[in-house]
Design a protein around this ligand. Sequence first.
Ligand code: GAP
Length: 453
Amino acid sequence: MKDLISKIVSLAKRRGFIFPSSEIYGGFESSYDFGPLGVEMKRNLKQLWWSEMTKNHENIVGLDAAILMNPKVWQASGHLTAGFADELVECKLCHKRFKRDEIKDNRCPECEGELTKPRKFNLMMKTFVGPVESEAAQTYLRAETCQGIYMCFENVLKSMRFKIPFGIAQIGKAFRNEINPKNFIFRTREFEQMEMQWFCHPKETDRWFEFWKKARMKWYENLGIEKKNLRAKEIPDGERAHYAKRQVDIEYRFPFGWGELEGIHNRGDWDLSNHSKHSGKDLRYFDEETKEKYFPHIIETSVGVERSLFVFLVNGFQEIKGGRTKTTKSAKEVEILLKLDKKIAPIKVTVFPLVRNKPGLVKKAKEIYQLLKPHFVCQYDEIGSIGRRYRRADEIGIIVTITCDFQTMEDNTVTLRDRDSMKQIRVEIIKLREIIKKILGGEEFLKLGKLVK
Ligand code: GAP
């Protein structure tokens, strides 16, 4: 199973999803660059999440808060204290650091050297603002995007004339000086979060917690994540994040075992009351109708963009023994099919001329490509046999393949091939745009044209 990760890492690099960062200098631990396909896939995920949160739910608005904030924010949030720290031991010989709970016999796992006593190591990434690197100029790159949301809580409440309950959604970068970044893009030091903070009455928290837990589980299922590989794990006392009164981790069964995909947290009034205390600004909500004044409680949904992208790659990755495109030579050979949801797949359409040595066909195929390009993420491919081109398209999850052939020159029709069923239909070029829209919208492929036998 672990082998699956190396296959995905290799596909991701070879086909332009994810590259190691600064590779020509030997890379940079735990940093990755998202290539042409990776960036499209990330954008799709973010767009889907954004629409789900801000369009499909009432009373949720978006925000784009600053990464750099007053360092007092992190004092109040508890991130500078023990709450956001790992216990580490250091090897006195090689000076490598390890998480305390990863050590077995009090010897360095790398060189057998003697270890120091455990010390807390904070995960906040320090930086300096302005020209002087003094303590006064020190701040932090945000470790979770939601603190920016709390900073804007009152401004949003007032400017939008909201009443409780309401939500604020945000997508943005977060940074953690992780001790042990690992498993490709699963845990990195720089990542993006999609977080939604739901502000509600303290008595309503249990109901909303259940609501958001269900809604978020459903989101993954609707995007094709297999149910057997998803679970909601209740995190017990003592293991929860420092701010969480209740925490459920939505976990995915990765090739290396179950791992957190998204966190659902009941943060209670931890954040608003602490920010009130530290800033001196009363962040309580006043209910005009009941005349009640209280700190709204917060239910949070929080997921990493890269971590969810990783889940979709693992979930969609299939190896088909003996192949499916007639290009395989033996029953042992495998072909890759990346079965991504239509909304997530980075490239939706590819256009082929049947052969590349007929200028008329090539010209026509390029015209079709130009026709579709403004409307769908589209590519043109004329290299190698048709089988090879199908194979390349399947490997990156392209939904529809369009082939221009000799009949096209006679009647202005083309064949469309569906990635999953490999069935083909014939349609008029003039209707292509509409038909592709329907396919991507989930309409039944075979009903949209004449079946090619
Ligand atoms: N605001 C709450 C919060 O940040 P978290 O459980 O620490 O909670 C939420 O993080 C999500 O962010 C995780 O479920 C994961 O998807 C993502 N995440 C956290 N740390 C990460 C890291 N080092 N690399 C990639 N993704 C990470």
